[in-house]
Ligand binder design. Structure first.
Ligand SMILES: Nc1ncnc2c1ncn2[C@@H]1O[C@H](COP(=O)(O)OP(=O)(O)OP(=O)(O)O)[C@@H](O)[C@H]1O
Ligand SMILES: [Mg+2]
Length: 486
């Protein structure tokens, strides 16, 4: 509403200025009109009286003329008339105006002087008398009437102006709030929501002006962004699914290798039974072994199918150690095939890892850790070791993640494999970057894992050097809840 306040302040100042200028112009005009009236009145009275005084003076002398003037002047009401000598020495006949101002009288001109201090307008009209001195009539008109008029009109003006300003302020406030303040607040709220990624809830301002247009444009922008986001999410999801299927392929090759032994056991036992080479309790034992091996194979296949199955995205508290152990079981087939020892997180390694819960989507986090473990197994020669650990880490995130120092869930995958040089390490998160043979790697694994972890508000740290193995650490925000929901 700050804009509305500024708008109102500008309007009030504008109206007040206009009222001030209007008042000043009115005052000037009134003064001019009043002056003209007073001058006209003084001139006509002065001339009439002057002629009378001059006649009486000629005929009957000065004393009679003064008497005539006194008796005539006593009838002029608020206008005072008296005789003055321009060169008078005594106060009695001295003009109230300064002598210098009266010089035009010598040319027979009427002189008007404003005595602003005593609030009088003095008019001097020369009267020719049979004397060697210059005499004149001094007509004094009080300005009090004008002052009273000005005061009254000033009061009216102030009341009218104050009412206009108040009315303008109230009107501007009402219109400003309805047409500017409220729509702009709603636009700002909408912009804030868009900034946080919420593109839902189009803004309907219901006004056909620039702000309404702006709201429509923001709605259109949100629609376009939403479409683009949908398309991008779909493409990302398809890529992630493709990466899962690639991993499934790798795990399936290990699985095929793994299924060989139980299948041989099943076939052998079944053959013993069908060839009737066993009898009695041995038949039952052989059948039990067949069932056990079938169950083992089913469990292995179910794990793989479970990994491959697309699931709706859902962020929940995930127990990090539990997830790491499940990944170890999933990847165990190719680890055994490559003769690599896979060490799952210790039940209690003292780092409090067992109780650690990350706020994450289980399926996506499984995909991330599986990618890291598969990479580690692939990079480790036969006889080597890949170990997993989960711990709580108190540290400041890197600048591209941002935020304060806090506790993170760290899932670490460490191998004793080939390691990487600096040139490789700086490129491993690029999509399609691979150092593997064509057909062995697509180069998508780490770039997709990176995208998933960043989407969860975390990051992946890599420490590696050639022939000394690598350590990949996934950092994820901890979950508030300590228990994984059933
Ligand atoms: N633990 C590791 N030790 C050494 N090098 C590694 C390790 N993990 C990844 N790399 C290197 O990073 C590259 C990229 O890995 P990424 O998982 O993205 O692709 P990939 O494994 O080559 O192919 P795929 O898409 O099948 O996973 C690998 O080709 C490899 O050079
Ligand atoms: Mg990989």
């Amino acid at each position: 509403m700050r804009l509305t306040r500024k708008f109102i302040a500008a309007l009030v100042i504008g109206v007040a200025l206009v009222a001030l200028v209007q008042g000043y112009l009115d005052y000037q005009r009134d003064r001019e009109v009043f002056d003209r009236l007073l001058r006209g009145e003084a001139a006509s009275l002065g001339r009439a009286l002057g002629r009378g005084v001059a006649d009486v003076w000629q005929r009957d002398g000065e004393a009679a003329a003064r008497q005539f003037l006194d008796s005539a002047a006593s009838k002029t009401g608020r206008v005072l008339a008296r005789w003055v000598w321009i060169d008078a020495k005594s106060r009695h006949d001295q003009p109230r105006a300064a002598r210098a101002d009266l010089a035009p009288l010598l040319q027979d001109q009427i002189v008007v002087v404003r005595d602003d201090e005593r609030r009088f307008m003095l008019t001097y009209i020369r009267v020719d008398v049979p004397e060697a001195r210059v005499g004149a009539l001094e007509i004094a008109q009080s300005l009090e009437q004008f002052d009273a008029y000005v005061n009254a009109s000033l009061r009216t003006q102030v009341i009218a102006s104050a009412s206009a300003v108040a009315f303008a302020a109230v009107l501007a406030l009402a219109l400003g709030v309805v047409f500017i303040g409220r729509p702009i607040s709603r636009l700002a709220a909408k912009a804030r929501r868009v900034g946080t990624g919420d593109l839902s809830g189009p803004l309907r301002l219901g006004q056909r002006d620039e702000l309404g247009e702006l709201a429509n444009e923001i709605n259109l922008m949100c629609e376009r962004l939403s479409d683009e986001r949908g398309a991008r999410e779909l493409a990302t999801e398809q890529l992630r699914h493709a990466d899962r299927l690639t991993t499934v392929g790798k795990l399936a090759s290990g699985l095929a290798h793994e299924l060989g032994t139980p299948l041989n056991v099943v076939r052998g036992r079944a053959k013993l039974i069908t060839d009737r080479e066993v009898e009695g309790q041995d038949v039952v034992d052989s059948a039990r072994i067949v069932v056990e091996q079938a169950e083992r194979m089913t469990a292995l296949i179910r794990q793989l199918l479970d990994f491959a199955r697309p699931r709706p995205l859902q962020k929940l508290p995930v127990n990090a150690a539990g997830l790491a152990r499940r990944v170890c079981e999933l990847v165990a087939t190719i680890a055994r095939k490559g003769n690599v020892v896979l060490v799952p997180p210790a039940a209690d390694d003292g780092g409090g890892g067992e109780d650690l819960h990350a706020e994450a989507d289980d399926g996506q986090l499984t995909q991330v850790v599986t990618n890291l473990v598969v990479n580690a197994v692939q990079a480790t020669p036969a006889g080597g070791e890949v170990s997993l650990a989960c711990r709580a880490m108190d540290r400041a995130p890197p600048p591209y993640v941002g935020g304060a120092r806090r506790t993170w869930v760290a899932i670490e995958v460490r191998d004793s494999g080939s390691g990487m040089d600096d040139a490789t390490r700086t490129r491993i998160f690029e999509p399609f970057y691979t150092t593997k043979e064509v057909g062995d790697g697509t180069g998508l694994g780490l770039s997709i894992s990176w995208g998933i972890v960043r989407e969860h508000g975390g990051w992946i740290d890599v420490v590696s050097s050639p022939n000394k193995g690598s350590r990949f650490t996934v950092y994820l925000p901890t979950s508030e809840s300590k228990k994984e929901p059933a």
